[in-house]
Design a protein around this ligand. Structure first.
Ligand code: CTP
Ligand code: MG
Length: 234
């Protein structure tokens, strides 16, 4: 039986957030942002272990108490300059741990998506466990899409039919993902599925919702907090 592992790349600096503290540590409902996704992944009974990939010079992680996750949590200080490099370095660290088999599933999830819910995670695992390629959570684009020229004027309106926004987790078999990521230019891609696509494969899109958005800009923090608070009250 294949096992399920989670890998959280958390080695970014959050440049668009514009805060001194990397965004994965910014407070959300009295916890550092990464706590929330970690909580959802660790509490999923199907997931054996959760690897967190930090920047080699990260000195913020140790300021918090993570003992509540200790049974499943593995922390590696091997993040790279681009997200794909952090993920690939993380996969290599998982391999070195000797606990992972090539056919096991890896769910790569951004530290910056704190609002991933348990039902969404279950849905992803249930829909993909027997898939030949793997896939990701995503939502169909709902806004009208404009292509801009260099003056911020509309050059064209792009048809949005069949367009989806990629989210995470992105779930692929360990060997396939490691092979795919080792073949791409890590600065050219912003998600894991792109690397799989470059092999000529077609990852499956699993319907998600807008709650699982990526916290990127300062105004996103308040929205994420509202979503998390609403869930706690229920
Ligand atoms: N990430 C990473 N290593 C990098 C860059 C990003 O592990 N070299 C992680 C981030 O920590 C985040 C996820 O990948 O959890 C998604 O990246 P993004 O939202 O772009 O975060 P940042 O790169 O930190 O933000 P920005 O692009 O605004 O600098
Ligand atoms: Mg980034």
């Amino acid at each position: 039986m294949s096992q399920f592992f989670a890998l959280i790349p958390a080695a970014g600096s959050g440049s668009r957030m514009g805060h001194q503290l990397p965004k994965q540590y910014l407070p959300l409902v009295e916890k550092p942002m990464i706590y929330h996704a970690l909580h959802t992944l660790v509490n999923c009974s199907k997931i054996t272990r959760v690897f967190v990939i930090l920047a080699p010079d990260d000195d913020v992680w140790v300021r918090y108490d993570w003992t509540t996750f200790k049974d499943k949590l593995v922390v590696e200080y091997c993040g790279g300059d681009a997200r794909a490099e952090s993920v690939l370095n993380g996969l290599n660290a998982m391999y070195s741990s000797g606990k992972v088999d090539g056919d096991d599933w890896v769910l790569v999830h951004d530290a910056a998506r704190p609002c991933l819910s348990a039902p969404q995670l279950d849905q992803l695992i249930n829909e993909l466990s027997y898939d030949g390629v793997g896939g990701l959570l995503a939502i169909p684009v709902s806004d009208t899409l404009k292509r801009a020229d260099s003056d911020h004027r509309i050059a064209s309106t792009e048809p949005r039919a069949h367009l989806w926004q990629a989210q995470t987790p992105q779930m692929f078999r360990f060997n396939l993902l490691k092979d795919a990521l080792s073949k791409v230019d890590s600065r050219q891609i912003t998600d894991d599925a792109s690397a799989i696509e470059a092999l000529g494969l077609k990852p499956r899109l699993v319907l998600s919702d807008a709650y699982n958005f990526k916290v990127t800009y300062p105004q996103d923090l308040a929205l994420a907090e509202l979503i998390l608070q609403k869930r706690e009250i229920k």
